[in-house]
Design a protein around this ligand. Structure first.
Ligand SMILES: [Cu+2]
Length: 288
């Protein structure tokens, strides 16, 4: 990590700490506001290139408050999560665009990225989304809410939380030696057009039957496209957006476009639907 990066992360950490200090007096789970201007700016710089300032400002002015009931979250117990989206003026953001068939996508990971959950809280109006969920073990988790305020731009706001209870096994994240995985009777192979940072990268997944090795050509649309891919940096600081290239594909090939902002280890989760079942396949890649 170079000095510039360390400085940048320190500034970011300071910003987050001060945000915590303001609104986080009672308990670490009482909810506090964070924003993620950097990730959003990055995504638009890389994926669309033409967003104007006023749109960026709208998204920068949006805040998310994550709260739980009960306020102490315990491993393996259902908890009611509320995500309140407000403008900087403190007033609720009322309208959101449908994006991949949902108003808000919530990604939950644990500290070593061994746990991944992609869920869709229900919109209750007045900027409020709720969902009942649970966490498989104690420890640190990070939540990412991904949404588009109407008249705003694609926004990702995140929050780190602690879950009480026995923590699971810790695993160091290491790049996969082979980008072929088997899950749910399928063999999924990933190829990257480039493993360099700051370049347009095409992710090509090939989905085969694990036994016959025949390509699966009847994938069902998942969230309105051939699949859905989420990418996080190993430290979960960077949430990277990914766009399907041929949304209407039904396999065996599924292609997505993205760009990695820096060198380092990234974990990605590809999700596809087949025979009415969603399969989730993780890969760890080394970008250098
Ligand atoms: Cu989603």
């Amino acid at each position: 990590m170079n000095k510039k990066m360390i400085l940048f992360l320190s500034v970011l950490a300071l910003g987050l700490l001060s945000a915590c200090g303001n609104a986080n007096n009672n308990t670490h789970l009482s909810g506090h506001e964070t924003d993620n201007k950097q990730g959003d700016a990055q995504q638009h710089a890389s994926s669309q290139g033409g967003h104007n300032m006023s749109q960026s400002m709208v998204s920068d002015n949006v805040k998310a408050l994550f709260t739980f009931a009960p306020t102490t979250v315990k491993a393996n117990e259902q908890t009611e999560l509320t995500i309140q989206i407000n403008g900087k003026d403190g007033k609720p953001v009322n309208e959101f665009n449908l994006n991949h068939e949902k108003l808000l996508h919530l990604i939950v990971v644990n500290h070593d990225l061994s746990f991944f959950n992609h869920i869709h809280p229900e919109y209750k109006g007045s900027g409020k989304f709720t969902i009942s969920t649970s966490f498989p073990a104690g420890g640190d988790y990070k939540l990412f809410a991904d949404f588009i305020p109407t008249n705003g731009s694609s926004t990702t706001l995140s929050e780190r939380i602690q879950v009480e209870g026995k923590s699971g096994d810790h695993a160091a994240i290491a790049a996969d030696a082979k980008l072929v995985k088997e899950t749910d009777g399928k063999e999924i192979e990933l190829a990257l057009s480039s493993t360099k940072p700051k370049e347009e990268v095409t992710l090509t997944f090939n989905i085969r039957d694990a036994l016959t090795k025949k390509g699966v050509n009847n994938l069902q649309p998942y969230l309105g496209a051939v699949g859905h891919v989420v990418i996080l940096s190993a430290d979960a600081e960077q949430y990277i957006h990914v766009h399907p290239i041929d949304e209407k594909s039904t396999g065996p090939q599924a292609q997505f476009a993205t760009s990695f902002p820096n060198s380092g280890i990234y974990k990605l989760w590809a999700q596809f639907q087949h025979n009415n079942k969603v399969i989730t396949v993780p890969f760890v890649v080394d970008i250098k």
